[in-house]
Design a protein around this ligand. Structure first.
Ligand code: HEM
Length: 373
């Protein structure tokens, strides 16, 4: 009898878990049946168009009284992006770490002065693959234990999801192969300090970024049998190397020299330094080509274990061409994740792909309609 009661309780609990699809989990890669089951429990929200650029885009105090740091609580989600973690912990987005794309775009512009086009492109590119296109919510990570395993038992993943937007050879996070792709790693940060001392006179700057970017690729090639660096991670790996230089140096200082204490506050603490003023002007991945050209690498993967890095020419090596990146994202990454969308999922995909395109429209890119107009 005890056994039977236990079985029934377990079955009911399981049924509860599977019927309530997480409101912030992606529907990418699900079968038609799975999507239908998920739709039954999700409340549909209207997609949010991207907000416009800031009207006042100079430096200003952003670690202010209206946005105090509050450490994340047990149920709050944090993930691999230290900047989004900080925006959540300062209340620029919901402190629980779940937000809609428009809220994220507003927050990265307001809190860091991220360039409007970069903010819109990055947010929708990530949201379409890692967010929930029905509820219009994206989670900046997943509730995790220290080992990096999901503690909630769901697969909500959000920005932690490996090889959709998150990827290998990060600055302060380990490769997913080693078990935890999203928490700060002290050993990696010590290497970051070592390189900042050696190439930057104790600061993280463009010279350090050139050398450390190469080192992190080399480390992964030599230690991670599953190392892969193809689109979109091939592009974001270079952006991530320069964002701390462009957007984490206090706007009043504005000299491209990030001191180690501030770097630790962002990377490890997921918070703004005291009295932090955002960048002096809107910035994005400025100078990423300098980092790329210092030690160019072709997109590719370890194909047969460590030290078997083999170029993969399906990812265009076009770091400086956003139209090419947009085309690849839409025609390859997104198409593969949503091969045959229908109903509300299809409608939302079309609308959000339109918002993604709005970020590259003025670059002269051709709009793509993989699911029809
Ligand atoms: C616009 C929306 C944003 C999205 C969707 C986003 C997403 C991500 C993701 C998924 C990662 C993990 C990449 C990886 O290591 O595999 C990441 C890392 C990173 N992001 Fe963001 N991010 C955004 C905005 C920003 C902003 C505004 C900044 C700077 C102010 C920033 C700075 C960084 C840095 C420095 C890393 C590298 C962390 C590391 O390698 O240790 N991000 N971001």
């Amino acid at each position: 009898m005890v056994c039977f009661t236990y079985f029934v309780t377990l079955a009911l609990a399981y049924a509860g878990v599977v019927s309530a699809f997480p409101t912030h989990a992606s529907l990418a890669g699900l079968s038609r049946d799975e999507v239908d089951r998920a739709l039954a429990s999700l409340e549909q929200a209207t997609p949010t168009p991207p907000p416009g650029p800031l009207s006042d885009s100079g430096t200003k105090l952003v670690n202010d009284d209206l946005h105090p740091y509050i450490a994340p609580g047990e149920n709050d989600i944090r993930g691999p992006c230290p900047a989004l973690n900080a925006l959540a912990s300062h209340g620029y987005i919901n402190r629980n770490g779940i937000a809609n794309p428009a809220e994220i775009i507003t927050a990265v512009m307001e809190g860091f002065n991220m360039d409007h086009g970069v903010a819109v492109y990055t947010t929708y590119a990530a949201f379409i693959v890692d967010g929930n296109l029905i509820t219009n919510l994206l989670s900046i990570g997943e509730k995790t234990s220290l080992t990096g395993r999901s503690s909630s038992g769901t697969t909500a993943g959000g920005l932690n999801t490996h090889n959709t937007f998150e990827g290998d050879s990060s600055i302060t996070r380990m490769d997913a192969y080693f078990g935890d792709n999203h928490n700060f790693n002290e050993k990696l940060f010590q290497e970051f300090i070592e390189y900042s001392n050696k190439y930057g006179g104790g600061k993280y700057n463009l010279s350090v970024a050139c050398e450390f970017r190469r080192k992190r690729f080399q480390d992964s090639i030599a230690t991670n049998p599953e190392f892969t660096i193809v689109a979109p991670r091939f592009y974001t790996a270079y952006a991530d190397a320069v964002l701390p230089i462009n957007l984490w140096v206090d706007g009043r200082q504005d000299d491209g020299q990030l001191d180690i204490e501030a770097a630790r506050t962002f990377f490890e603490g997921g918070r703004f330094p005291p009295d932090f003023h955002r960048a002096a002007r809107p910035m994005g991945a400025n100078n990423e080509m300098v980092v790329f050209e210092a030690h160019p690498i072709e997109p590719g993967s370890n194909v047969k274990g460590v030290n078997t890095y083999t170029p993969d020419h399906s990812t265009p090596q076009k770091l400086d061409d956003l139209c090419v990146q947009y085309t690849f994202h839409v025609e390859n990454t997104v198409r593969k994740m949503y091969p045959n969308p229908e109903g509300p999922l299809l409608e939302s995909l079309k609308i959000n792909l339109g918002y993604l395109f709005s970020a590259v429209k003025d670059k002269g890119c051709e709009e793509l309609f993989p699911y029809g107009r």
